[in-house]
Design a protein. Sequence first.
Length: 691
Amino acid sequence: MIKPMLDDLELQQVQTLEVDGDQVWAQHDIPALEGDFFQGLGRRAAQVTLTGVLSGAEVADGLQSLRDKYRAAAPVDFVADIATATRIDEVLIEEMGVRELAGKPARFEYAFTLREFIPATPPRREIPSPPPIPPLPEPQIDTATLIVEVIVEGQSNFDHSETVIEVTGTQAEGNAPLTRTLPNSNRTAENVWEEVAFPPGSYSVTATTAGPNPMTQSESAEIDPGKTEHVEITLRAGAKIAEMFVIHYWFDKGFIEPCMRPVMRQIADFAKNNSDKKLLIVGHTDLVGSDEYNQSLSERRARGAYAYLTAGNNLDTAVKEWNELRQKRQIGMIKTVNDSWGVRQYQHILQDLGFYSGIIKDQHDTLTDEAVRVFQTDKGLGVDGDVGDETWPLLISAYLAQDSLTVNPDQFLANAAEGCDHGRVQWLGCSELDPVKNTPQTVAWRPNRRTEFLFVKEDSFHKDVKIPKPITFDLEVLKGTEWCLGGEGESLCCFVKPHSDIKRKTVCKNPAEDEQWDRRPVEPQTIVVNGRITFEDGTPLDNAEYALIAPDGEFMNGERESGNGRGRPIYGRTDANGNFTDNKGNIGYPDNPKRIGTFTLEIQESVVARLVEAPPEGAKGPAVCKRLDGLSDFNIIVSLTPVSLEFVESTDVNRTLENVHWGDDFRLRADIPGVSGDEITIEIKSFLIRR
């Protein structure tokens, strides 16, 4: 017989045992109706109530074990054969009452309320289905593919090894200008060029062949993101091509800056090596100012360029022409050769000649005054530090004589027409009517401020070309005798086609379009510009302001378009390693490729700069030039330079001397910002001190 057991304790003398095993029903009302219904929820966990008496020595320990499990709410086994002989495996002790009875030792009365232990149904483990794969984001396509196919009419086997494909126009992102030459290494066939990752935008694609009879043609292209644009260009023999060099200018000036000198030498050499081609010099302006004023300004630029390019033919004439240009222009005077040169221009000359090492600016400071005085002393002039009528001609003469370029006068186009022949066209001006970029009338843009040197295989202009007489034609020094090419009312510069994507401001009736010259740069290849500025020991010149000017005249970090400082550069800054950076913080200028040519760097710090490959004596000031062709970067070495140099007494360096004489005992005191006296090593370039 099964004995009633609760856990390990035998329940003796059970007096009562009651079992409650009710079903559970839930009553539910029916919304908006009478009556209800019951929901069966199954059997309730059975409740067992029992009482009795326990006795024996081992009972106390058994009761203590039950009490511990009661307090812990731990399930215990329960078996009873009374009335039902039913086994309930596990119960929880809901109530436990025990008292010890008197009369006999170890005799206890108990009362237990037990509840059948039904373990909670474990939650059904549902393995969630994997989340849906999110759709791939639309790829951000910001480049395209450009394919250019060139067909030479009647010459299916044409050799394109020297054909140049040039793309110019405006990028879709930010309307940034772009000029790029497709390398011949990208050809997928003899006459097919393919460029991947090309920025979308609106462009003009030009193909130009090499050789004695070049051909050229342009086609427009709208390049969309993620698409492939196929451009087909058909070339025909007989195209009128003008091979072009360009120099550029400071705002409202016609002075040829020192970094344009290498370009002028290149032009003179090209003329000598291509004596079968005629040369035309044409000045241009940006769109700021009136047409009448800009006509005079464009002619001043062309006249100055002609004088520089032929200074070796007649230095006196060239000096006299430049001396007229440097004169101050009278207020309101439009028809004039006077170009109002000032401090900036003679600082350029003094620095290029080795007399001035400071920053090029519009202030005649102590260093400038000292440089002028040394130059005046060197030239035997009265020493007053003022660049006046005696000093200017000698500055100009020394500047032009450095190159003393020559071009055969007969290599210029003829100033001749039927019944009229008066020598050569020395220069022309096109005012603002032939820009390389259309800008608002008030916006300054240096690439438009230029002089073009055009070489053509023509002996004269086409017979239908009519060019109005230049408004400074009759003014000294480079005055003409009689103009043979047209009169008032004719349109300017109709002898050339407009630059890519440019709409003419005037209507050209003559000549026919196929008789107009198509201008092509002599060096159309493009490169990405990089550079770095360091000291002699390799320490970078970090966070230094600079202006970098491309061969086409663009300030690489931007130009102040209007307002105060219009036409001046927006300065870039070197990074922590001394690298050039663009306005996006990129090292170099990866988003703005430029044609190969001479770049200008003007550092806005008190340093003297030279190219890494140049000797130390090549450093003249904080401005330096370099021709970039993709073979090397624009890397610069700088040294600190004093902001002032003063003669002082040899026994008292705080007492300055106004003048020194041959044989005097004196010292030279240098003021170098941020450097203490014990850090300075000075290299002195000596000049003759006249008695």
